[in-house]
Design a binder for this molecule. Structure first.
Ligand SMILES: CC(C)(COP(=O)(O)OP(=O)(O)OC[C@H]1O[C@@H](n2cnc3c(N)ncnc32)[C@H](O)[C@@H]1OP(=O)(O)O)[C@@H](O)C(=O)NCCC(=O)NCCS
Length: 156
């Protein structure tokens, strides 16, 4: 896919955590010379697992609910992965991941290249879903989700 110079640089999200930074290498390219989408998906899965891992239980990826490749990724891009918790269920946590690229020759200017929504499930020693603990981390996420929902609700 050709680059889109018509798109403005994207501001970095202030309401998400920086969970991963990585630079793709020549071994990660596809036949077009851009970075292989499967490599990007693997990095997004790793990045998405960072916040759920703070619960302190064994977590597995159950679903990639949404995945959008908005712009190509190139060798040498400095990729920054930002994440936030979107939903806390009984046994699962859903997070979003946004990926921003600083082009090798244009550092300091960030372009959003990928966005995704992924769900992770807490499992027990037999691999069965396990209820999340009601600990301080879970309560903080629930409160943040509630605040965001109230802020997004239309006012009368
Ligand atoms: C994850 C796993 C233990 C879930 O088992 P299950 O019997 O399907 O679990 P359930 O139907 O009870 O669902 C468990 C949770 O996952 C959620 N879930 C299941 N499928 C989902 C989907 N497609 N999208 C979003 N959430 C989903 C459920 O809503 C539930 O969340 P909640 O308790 O917070 O409401 C099982 O599917 C599994 O082992 N999958 C393989 C995981 C893995 O190997 N991942 C790496 C892939 S390479």
């Amino acid at each position: 896919m050709p680059p889109r110079p018509d798109l403005p640089p994207h501001p970095l999200p202030a309401d998400k955590d920086l969970v991963l930074k990585v630079i793709p290498m020549p071994a990660d390219v596809n036949a077009n010379g851009d970075i292989f989408g499967g490599w990007v998906m693997a990095q997004v899965d790793l990045a998405g697992s960072v916040l759920p891992s703070r619960i302190g239980q064994r977590m597995v990826t159950v679903a990639v609910n949404e995945f959008i490749f908005k712009q190509p990724v190139r060798v040498g891009d400095i990729l920054s992965f930002y994440s936030s918790v979107r939903r806390v269920g009984r046994t699962s946590v859903t997070v979003d991941v946004e990926v921003y690229a600083e082009r090798f020759h244009d550092q300091g200017r960030f372009v959003k290249v990928t966005e995704a929504l992924l769900t992770y499930v807490a499992i027990d020693s037999e691999g069965k879903p396990q209820a999340l603990p009601e600990n301080a981390q879970i309560m903080a996420w629930r409160q943040a989700i509630q605040r965001n929902a109230e802020a997004a609700a239309p006012t009368r």
